[in-house]
Ligand binder design. Sequence first.
Ligand SMILES: *Cc1c(COP(=O)(O)O)cnc(C)c1O
Length: 434
Amino acid sequence: MKLFGTMKAENGILAIGGVKVTELAAKYGTPLYIMDQALIEENITKYKNNFKSTKFDTSIVYASKAFLSKAICQLVGKYDIDIDAVSGGELYSIKASGLPMKKVHMHGNNKTNEELEMCLDYEIGSIIIDNEEEIGRLSKICKEKDKKVKVMMRINIGIDAHTHEYIKTSKHSSKFGESIFDERITEIVEKIVKDENMEFLGFHCHIGSQIFDTKAFHEGIESMVKETKKISEALGIYIPEINLGGGFGVYYTEKDTAIDIEQFMRSMIEHLEKSIEAEKLEIKKVTIEPGRSIVANAGSTLYTVGGTKTTYGGVKYIFIDGGMTDNIRPALYQAEYESIVANKVDAPAEEIVTVAGKCCESGDLIIKDGKLAKAETGDLVLVATTGAYGHSMSNNYNKAPKPAVVFVKDGKSTLSIKRESFEDLIRNDMLIDL
Ligand SMILES: *Cc1c(COP(=O)(O)O)cnc(C)c1O
């Protein structure tokens, strides 16, 4: 298993943030999400220091759906970056952390009226409008509340990148944004520009997630700059901002060549400066929205091995005390991970095993045919790179309580999210009259 951040072997035991995982397991129990605080901070700092230009302001917005907790909001505050939300629940959670709501930017292809009202009541930084219908609803709510709001418009630039490759197409069926190939796009933007309660900041795009093909981002930059120029000329307005979204790919297994944050941010800035100059545009601010690449490698999940089993068919199973409830990505889209027997890190990884969860689903496998050291009942298995879309996608299937989240740094561990209790599982559950 590749070691990330502060991961280190100490006398055969894996330590993260200077704390041995055996100590963490004893103190907090398993399954346990462990967040390497120093690595999160390092990643944020890399974005801040390298996505920087002398020609325009830049802004980093952490995409909160990757992992949201009060502690991560505190880090967002500490490093003075911004954060996004896509639901009332996320807005509420961020507000509860005490983070200034001006730092929050609201996405979503189907924001409810209640959510739009929340945005205005909380006086958040901006709303990224998804479609024409939303303009009308937001306008009405602004008028009712007599509030003005900063908005961006999400556009679909015809670049669809999800993993290693991207496709460029002029026909669109994405549920997000309005297509730039739609002849009515200028008219749609004009509606925003003419609305007295809205201040139009510019266009937003997000071309996908876990993208390794850097050409896709560069094409995205060109397309966004051109579209900004086109619409500003068509409407005779100044458009100050561009938001390029997130999606920077990270390492999960040897198949992934992660995007080098520092190097790629500098190359994006260079590309932006060139494109903006070529189009003779005046841009005040460019924003990016990384989520996964800030937290993925910083998070790990620690499990205790229950039983092991070698099937008649020859598959060796390692059964762990969690599974698709704390990490649904393998079951959902065959996501792959690396793992290690964390209390025997010096033992050679010589067994081919399948690490399976405890849920009543055959697809509840965290690792299929992975290489691990020989593991026995009571050993600790650590699965790396679960910091993004792990906890945030966790669920209570089979009434599994959600694991605790602990932050580690400089030899200290701090409980950040308490483990759910059985009581938590039934707190909204009521007997009915029969
Ligand atoms: C999910 C999302 C992001 C973050 O994507 P990552 O792959 O986690 O970096 C950014 N912007 C928008 C609009 C998103 O939906």
